[in-house]
Design a protein around this ligand. Structure first.
Ligand SMILES: NC(=O)c1ccc[n+]([C@@H]2O[C@H](COP(=O)([O-])OP(=O)(O)OC[C@H]3O[C@@H](n4cnc5c(N)ncnc54)[C@H](OP(=O)(O)O)[C@@H]3O)[C@@H](O)[C@H]2O)c1
Length: 289
């Protein structure tokens, strides 16, 4: 049987976990990515128990470490021969400007660069699928994000929401650029805006965002509802050939941000590719675009 394989990052909680639960019920072979072994094993068990007959695999990686992201790719490739759906779901707020062990700003690496790395390092496996799909979680705040070449990692100015918004804009720009790169192949790549969702990320939001989280609570939806568009993009035949779009409530909608130009998308791609190549030299995995 040619079972569809779906790799989901940030799958131990919130939207990612609900996406994994729903796709396991639809018969996908789910590979969840977590950072805490006990929590990840508990979620694996929960998904298996709620979707009769499914076996869930898991991989561990802390996305503040590029070494662990590279190891994740190596382990996935040693276990599987193709990848049908990659859901780059992981996302965080950072309370202050902190650097990862790789010297990148935390939000930049976890929210954006990890998507760029995983998508590029796994692209050869995604191309082996009959209809490979890459799904990147963005957010409506991308519209407030800025592409400032001197502040891509909040070097000049850090603010919790601004820095997060920048990374979500980069996700939108990257999705459009990757869609261009894979045109003519069977691979599609799209963005998800899940709405305002009652997850730990929102309820534990740092600083002033706590107020935002409180004010928006009446408009927020459950993690099950927040996962609907990711599930749709992963599994619906309606989107077999749709690529480079931004989806909200399972519908493609126009994006609006003056920084999202062809020139900036190409520049961001070049910068990120250099970062990937630099780290690949350290960890022995080559990008394959
Ligand atoms: N919630 C919203 O209102 C909302 C709105 C717009 C966009 N989004 C986007 O939707 C996506 C999912 O968000 P969510 O609300 O479902 O978040 P969440 O409930 O906080 O879940 C985040 C997931 O990411 C994992 N994670 C966090 N830091 C990690 C790290 N350093 N290494 C590995 N895994 C890590 C968490 O692992 P643990 O279980 O170990 O903590 C968890 O599985 C994100 O991209 C977010 O930006 C959310």
């Amino acid at each position: 049987m040619n079972q569809q394989i779906c790799l989901i990052t940030g799958a131990t909680d919130g939207i990612g976990k609900q996406t994994a639960l729903a796709l396991a019920k639809k018969g996908y072979k789910i590979v969840i990515v977590g950072r805490n072994k006990n929590k990840t094993e508990a979620v694996k068990k929960e998904i298996e128990e709620s979707s009769t007959g499914s076996t869930v695999d898991y991989l561990l990686a802390d996305f503040t470490s590029l070494k662990q992201i590279h190891q994740l790719v190596e382990t996935f490739k040693s276990r599987y021969t193709k990848l049908d759906v990659l859901i780059n779901n992981i996302g965080i707020f950072s309370a202050e400007r902190k650097l990862t062990e790789d010297d990148y700003e935390m939000c930049y690496q976890v929210n954006y660069l990890s998507q760029f790395f995983l998508s590029n390092l796994l692209l050869d496996y995604i191309k082996k699928s009959t209809n490979g799909r890459i799904i990147n979680l963005s957010s409506m705040v991308y519209s407030k994000g800025k592409f400032d070449i001197d502040n891509l990692q909040s070097e000049k100015k850090f603010a919790i929401l601004d820095t997060y918004a920048d990374t979500k804009l980069f996700t939108v720009m990257f999705t459009m650029q990757l869609a261009e790169q894979v045109k003519g192949t069977k691979v599609t790549v799209n963005n998800v805006d899940p709405g305002i969702v009652r997850t730990q990320m929102v309820s534990n939001a740092p600083g002033m965002l706590k107020i935002f989280s409180y004010i928006t609570r009446p408009f927020s939806v459950s993690p099950e509802k927040g996962a609907v568009t990711s599930i749709y993009l992963a599994s619906s035949e309606e989107v077999n050939n749709v690529s480079g779009k931004y989806f909200k409530n399972s519908k493609a909608v126009a994006t609006k941000n003056k920084f999202n130009t062809k020139e900036n998308r190409e520049l961001l791609w070049d910068i990120s590719m250099k970062q990937l190549q630099k780290s690949s030299g350290n960890f022995n995995l080559k990008p394959n675009t």
